[in-house]
Design a protein around this ligand. Structure first.
Ligand SMILES: N[C@@H](CCC(=O)N[C@@H](CS)C(=O)NCC(=O)O)C(=O)O
Length: 221
């Protein structure tokens, strides 16, 4: 039995879980996946039993508990240095950490207006002024990152996805669902990450989940 356990929420909706799960996958660790659905009467109590914040994702490694998606990424980068979860080049690594942290702490308007639901498409909806402002900044981040560091492949830092891509993966999922207008380079990045085998696996598993939460199924505008 693996001594890593990753606690996550519904694959259809849990954007933070997707980040933690992708980080575990690209780290190449063997881990048990404990999916505990959100929005059930007992969800809060169940989450508090494994996570001090009562939130997912949460990684257990032996006696260690690591919560917060970015902390999980940092922990795995330290545990599995051979995998280069952050870029090896110092300039690229500083940049990657900055854009990952900007995602972790920001873009609340986008998150509010365009929730992640990898099973549904709501083209043209959710375009609040705040969401559009967040999208403009994200497009600029992607464009500049790819221009500086992405020459070797379709992802932010080239040929392989790293922790920065993990942090932006739920944004890619949101863009697939809500289809905001994007310049071609951003569309290309969305298409590349959406087609990545790990994203395909996540979406496929989400499509087989039984749980439906109305809050994610009916856009207001
Ligand atoms: N900043 C946290 C956010 C975690 C988070 O908000 N997770 C949501 C699911 S996507 C959650 O657990 N919600 C349950 C709750 O708030 O009761 C992280 O990076 O992991």
């Amino acid at each position: 039995m693996s001594d890593y356990t990753l606690y996550i929420g519904n694959k259809a909706y849990s954007s933070w879980s997707l980040r933690g799960w992708l980080a575990c996958k690209i780290a190449g660790i063997a881990f048990e996946e404990a999916l505990i659905p959100l929005y059930q009467p007992d969800s809060r109590a169940r989450y508090l039993a494994f996570s001090p914040t009562g939130k997912v994702p949460c990684l257990h490694h032996g006696r260690r508990v690591i919560w917060e998606s970015l902390a999980i990424g940092e922990y795995l980068a330290e545990q599995v240095p051979a995998r280069a979860l952050w870029p090896r080049d110092g300039d690229a690594r500083a940049w990657a950490r900055s854009i990952a942290t900007e995602m972790h702490g920001g873009f609340g308007e986008l998150r509010k207006a365009m929730a992640m639901n990898v099973r549904r498409r709501f083209p043209g909806k959710g375009r609040t002024a705040g969401a559009l402002a967040d999208i403009a900044r994200i497009v600029a981040i992607w464009q500049e990152t790819r221009a500086r560091f992405g020459a070797g492949g379709p992802y932010l830092f080239g040929a392989e996805i790293n922790l920065a891509d993990c942090m932006y993966a739920p944004v890619v999922a949101r863009f697939w669902t809500w289809q905001p207008e994007l310049p071609a380079p951003a569309q290309d990045y969305v298409a590349a990450l959406w087609a990545h085998p790990l994203m395909r696996q996540w979406v496929d598993e989400a499509s087989r989940e039984p749980w439906v939460h109305e809050g994610y199924e009916n856009p207001v505008d």
